[in-house]
Design a protein around this ligand. Structure first.
Ligand code: G3I
Length: 376
C-alpha cells in the first residue's frame, strides 16, 4: 500500500512538473509581437552595431520579438546631415534595410528637434543667424532629402520632436526664435510633400501630464484647422515606478484619440532608480551628479523591486490595452537593460533595469506578466 502511495505521488509530482514546464514554455515561446498582434505593434529602438552583428545575439532577438523598429540615433540631424553639403545615409540605410527584410513597420526618428542639431543649421557661412526664409529653405531641403530618401520605406515619421514645454507653451528653440510659431506647420507640410503616404506624428515626453498635454492638444487642433496632415501623437513613455499616474495616462490617450489621432508609446521604459525630481522627463541637457546612494542596485535588482517593476508594467499595459482602438504601437527604447540610455541619464554610469529583458537577453518577470495581460 505504501509503495502504491509513493508511486502515485511520484506520478502526480511528475505531472505537475510537466504542466509547469508546458506553461513556462508557452510563455517564453510566445514572442512579444505575437502576443500583442491583435492589439498593437511592438517596437524597439535599435542601433547600427546591433544590425551589423557586432552583438551577434541582437539581430535574431529583434526579429523574434519586434515588428516595428526606430533608429535610436541614426536619423537625427547631426548623424544623417552632419555638414551643410553632406548627408550620411549609410548607417540609417542599414537599419532600414534590416527592417524591410524582416517586414517591420519602420519609424523615422526624427525630422525636426531642438537637440542633436548642429549649430551650422541656424547660421550662414559667416556664422551669422539665418533669416526666417533661409532657415525655412534649409529645413525644407533637409526634410525633402531625408524623408524623400526613405519614401515608401519609412512608414511613419516623428516629424517634430519635443517642441512643447512643461507648461504647455512652445519650447524656446532656435526654430521658434528664427522662424516663428508656424515652423511646426511648415515641417509637417514639407514631410507631406516628401512622402504623402507616410504617417506623420508629433512626438514628446511628459505629454501625458495635464499642462503639456493641453499644449499638444492645442497644437494638433491648430494644425487640423489649417488643413495640415497629422496622423498621430507619440507619448514617449520615459516612465518611472511611481509616475505618471495611471489616470493621467488614461485621460491623455482619450484626449488625443478624441482628436482622431493615432496614439503611440514611442520610447517606453520604466526607471527603477532614485531620480532627482527636477529630472523627471527626458531633457538630455539636464544632468545630475553621481552619488553611490543613487546607484543602489549595481549587484542586481532586489526581488522586491523586480515585483514593483512587474506590477508597474502590468498596470501601464492595462491602460494601453484598454485603449487598444487608439493605440497603434508600443515601442521600447532599447532591446535590453544593457542598451538603455537610462544607465547614463540623468546620471552617468548607473546600473538601471528599465526594460523587459535583462543584460543576458533573458525575459524578466514583467515580460511574462505582459504576455499574460495580452491574452486576457
Ligand atoms: O556614437 C558616439 C560615440 O562614437 C562616442 O564615443 C560616445 C561618447 O560620448 O558618444 C556616442 O554618441 C552618443 C549616442 O547617444 C550613441 O550612444 C551620444 O554622445 C549621446 O548623446 C547619444 O544619446 C542619445 C540621446 O537621445 C541624444 O541623441 C541616446 O542614445 C538616445 O537614447 C536618446 O534618445 C532620445 C530620443 O531621441 C528623443 N527622446 C528622448 C530620448 C532620450 O534622451
Amino acid at each position: 500500500m505504501k509503495k502504491i502511495t509513493i508511486l502515485f505521488s511520484l506520478k502526480i509530482t511528475a505531472l505537475t512538473a510537466l504542466i509547469m514546464m508546458a506553461v513556462a514554455c508557452t510563455s517564453s515561446d510566445t514572442s512579444l509581437k505575437d502576443a500583442f498582434s491583435d492589439h498593437f505593434l511592438i517596437g524597439t529602438a535599435i542601433n547600427g552595431p546591433q544590425v551589423h552583428g557586432v552583438d551577434p545575439e541582437a539581430r535574431p532577438f529583434i526579429i523574434r520579438h519586434f515588428n516595428s523598429i526606430t533608429a535610436e540615433n541614426a536619423m537625427k540631424w547631426e548623424k544623417i546631415h552632419p555638414d551643410p553639403d553632406r548627408f550620411h545615409f549609410a548607417l540609417a540605410d542599414s537599419i532600414v534595410d534590416f527592417g524591410l527584410q524582416n517586414d517591420m513597420f519602420i519609424v523615422g526618428h526624427c525630422l525636426l528637434w531642438h537637440s542633436q542639431t548642429p549649430d551650422w543649421v541656424f547660421q550662414d557661412s559667416l556664422g551669422n543667424p539665418l533669416t526666417r526664409d533661409a532657415l525655412l529653405e534649409r529645413m525644407r531641403d533637409h526634410i525633402l532629402t531625408v524623408a524623400g530618401h526613405y519614401k515608401g520605406k519609412v512608414k511613419g515619421w516623428d516629424v517634430v520632436n519635443e517642441a512643447v514645454d512643461e507648461d504647455g507653451s512652445l519650447r524656446k528653440s532656435k526654430w521658434l526664435e528664427i522662424i516663428g510659431e508656424d515652423y511646426i506647420q511648415k515641417a509637417f507640410e514639407f514631410a507631406y510633400e516628401a512622402d504623402p503616404d507616410a504617417e506623420l506624428y508629433y512626438n514628446d515626453y511628459n505629454n501625458e501630464l495635464p499642462q503639456k498635454q493641453a499644449g499638444v492638444v492645442a497644437l494638433v487642433k491648430d494644425l487640423q484647422q489649417k488643413g495640415v496632415k497629422i496622423d498621430g501623437v507619440g507619448i514617449q513613455g520615459h516612465w518611472h515606478l511611481d509616475s505618471p499616474d495611471l489616470k493621467v495616462l488614461d485621460e491623455s490617450i482619450s484626449a488625443y484619440a478624441a482628436l482622431g489621432m493615432k496614439v503611440m508609446i514611442t520610447e517606453m521604459e520604466v526607471n527603477v532608480l532614485p531620480t532627482p525630481p527636477e529630472v523627471y522627463g527626458a531633457d538630455i541637457s539636464q544632468q545630475a551628479q553621481y552619488l553611490e546612494t543613487l546607484n543602489p542596485y549595481k549587484g542586481g535588482l532586489p526581488d522586491s523591486v523586480q515585483k514593483q517593476l512587474t506590477r508597474r508594467y502590468a498596470d501601464l499595459f492595462g491602460v494601453l490595452l484598454k485603449h487598444r482602438d487608439a493605440v497603434t504601437r508600443v515601442t521600447f527604447w532599447g532591446i535590453h537593460d544593457g542598451y538603455s540610455w537610462k544607465n547614463n541619464w540623468p546620471i552617468y554610469g548607473r546600473t538601471n533595469y528599465p526594460l523587459l529583458f535583462d543584460r543576458g537577453y533573458q525575459p524578466k518577470p514583467a515580460y511574462f506578466e505582459l504576455i499574460r495581460e495580452a491574452k486576457k
